[in-house]
Design a protein around this ligand. Sequence first.
Ligand SMILES: NC(=O)c1ccc[n+]([C@@H]2O[C@H](COP(=O)([O-])OP(=O)(O)OC[C@H]3O[C@@H](n4cnc5c(N)ncnc54)[C@H](OP(=O)(O)O)[C@@H]3O)[C@@H](O)[C@H]2O)c1
Length: 311
Amino acid sequence: MTEVQIGKSEVYASKLGLGTNAVGGHNLYPNLDEEVGKEVVRTALRNGVTLLDTAFSYGRGRSEELIGEVLQEEEFDRSKVVIASKAAHDMANGGVFNNSPEFLKNAVEESLKRLQTTYLDIFYIHFPDEETPKNEAVAALHELKRAGKIKAIGVSNFSLEQLKEANQDGYVDVIEERYSLIHREHEDTLFPYLKEQKISFVPYYPLDSGLLTGKYEKEATFDDSDLRSKNPDFKGERFKEIIGKVDSLKPIAEQYEVTVTQLVLAWYMKHPVMGVVIPGAKRPEQVEANVKACDVQLSQEDFDKIDQLFR
Ligand SMILES: NC(=O)c1ccc[n+]([C@@H]2O[C@H](COP(=O)([O-])OP(=O)(O)OC[C@H]3O[C@@H](n4cnc5c(N)ncnc54)[C@H](OP(=O)(O)O)[C@@H]3O)[C@@H](O)[C@H]2O)c1
């Protein structure tokens, strides 16, 4: 699988990663089966995915623990896996965001224990707090990098202004933000700065939580226990409009003999600004299907066509 460098760091990762908020993320999804979650991780690694995107907040450490258990298995080699984790939720203070150097250093130590490893390939500040100067938070991560505890510095859910403050010393390697064919706000603001500063971009919710897979009809409804019922993309006219656009991808997908999901993932992978694309998965079969997107040779003409369809 194609590899990409993470910012200016020494970390290289597969272009397609795995989002693991459904691996042990019991606080996000009800009735998750942990054994299925571990098999999702194994399937990704067996199929050439090297980057696993996790966070403390996915099951309050449970996602990290399950990944740590899988990486202890004889079949896998920790040194070939790129672990990306995040923290900011301060549970001792009701879950508020905390970016203080002391909190971040402690959060990394706790992550390392749960993941049963001695370093994180990427550590992201998951959300900005209101108090800590962003460059001081990143300076703490730079110290961790020098100590070999992390190998690349990331931030997530930062605005362009917050990123610029965080990157005053040029230490930020990667930013993870919401981005998909439906949510393209960052293109005009963030992307030019990332290019200029050689900061990698990791889009989260690339499938817009499943909406971009082509599996929903306009008539679909989601009950209250399903998180999607609270997502404006899954409601009313907006939902119908998005499904209409997704349906227009079907003939293009057919032409390539792939699914809509594979076509959408191939679009990101051809996009010059995308670093690692991290679709989540609830079942191993979804991972198997998603890795096939790496084989799609999307033409520039079809890339542009899809680009226009979703503008
Ligand atoms: N930095 C942040 O603040 C932040 C925030 C959110 C997420 N993230 C990261 O981004 C990752 C991706 O986000 P996400 O997982 O929430 O959303 P996503 O990647 O947009 O959608 C993933 C969901 O789509 C469905 N799906 C995946 N592959 C499929 C396939 N081949 N066919 C049909 N359905 C398929 C599955 O849900 P169903 O089977 O239920 O349809 C899966 O859970 C997360 O796992 C997490 O690592 C980061």
